[in-house]
Design a protein around this ligand. Sequence first.
Ligand SMILES: [Zn+2]
Ligand SMILES: [Zn+2]
Ligand SMILES: [Zn+2]
Length: 328
Amino acid sequence: MKNELRLDPLTGRWVVVAYERSARPSAFLARDTDVQKESLKICPFCPGHEEDTPPALETYSEQGHWLLRVVPNKYPAFAGDEPMVAITKGPIFTTAPASGIHEVIVLSPDHALGWSDLSHDQVKLIMKGIRDRIEAHSDSSVIRYSQAIVNSGREAGASLEHPHGQLLATSFVPREITDELAGFSRFLGGCVLCSTLEGELGIADRIILEDSQTATISPFWASQPYEMLIVPKMHNEHLHKASATELDSIAVSIKLAIGSLKSHLGDIAYNLVFHSSPYREQGRFHWHVHIMPKLTTRAGFELGTGVMINVVPPEKAASDLRPYLIRP
Ligand SMILES: [Zn+2]
Ligand SMILES: [Zn+2]
Ligand SMILES: [Zn+2]
């Protein structure tokens, strides 16, 4: 059965009904070392197991060894290039093809090293890989938007332990992005994120880290504990049009930010979300990265109302994390 989009008429959000993804493997290592050794043998993302994934779309290598691989997702949520045409079956049931792209980016050959443990060169290569794929997706006539994510840890939704990210490209602009676009449109004083940086850098209470290219902040409106927003200082709508220097700075800022979270809170699960403008959108977006530590669960009130209760004020989050980031 092909996956399909179904429209929720109550919220206006598209839902993907996926027929095969529930069959995908879950290979989180148990803490038992024998089981760990067994799991390492079957990890499809470890070197030596390249044939367990579909052929790579992109490989970045050095001296005959790969450093970063992008492969098609074996269980894609989005696939194919049928145009986005909504089909209504009566007044309520609206479907559309779940067209698009779903890829996996293996962040390093090392099974045990996540973004914060990797070298500066390796995290810069990851950002380059993400940029290259987002640019490649823009060639497709049906793709409107590409989303890069990293889920780290079982609680954050990762199904395999080997550090990896995903790139999903869709034939429609997802609701979270149309909501953010509406935020950019509502704000009358220029760009809402340029203004945010200007305001935050003036106060410094919620700045976690800053260099010449990038600021990492605990946003004034953070909806969950230790949530972070990483914003390039240069106004640019599209991640794939950012300069190599900016991408390098973002890569290292993510590494340091996650490192500070882990130093303060231990080995927590987190989601990394890269927000770039939809491809054909002009003039109202500023690309950025969200870091969402998985410390709390959205319970009944949050699910029922969409109103989040953040138990760690962002000013405290920033002052908790900043001491781990003082660099010589
Ligand atoms: Zn592995
Ligand atoms: Zn801006
Ligand atoms: Zn965003």
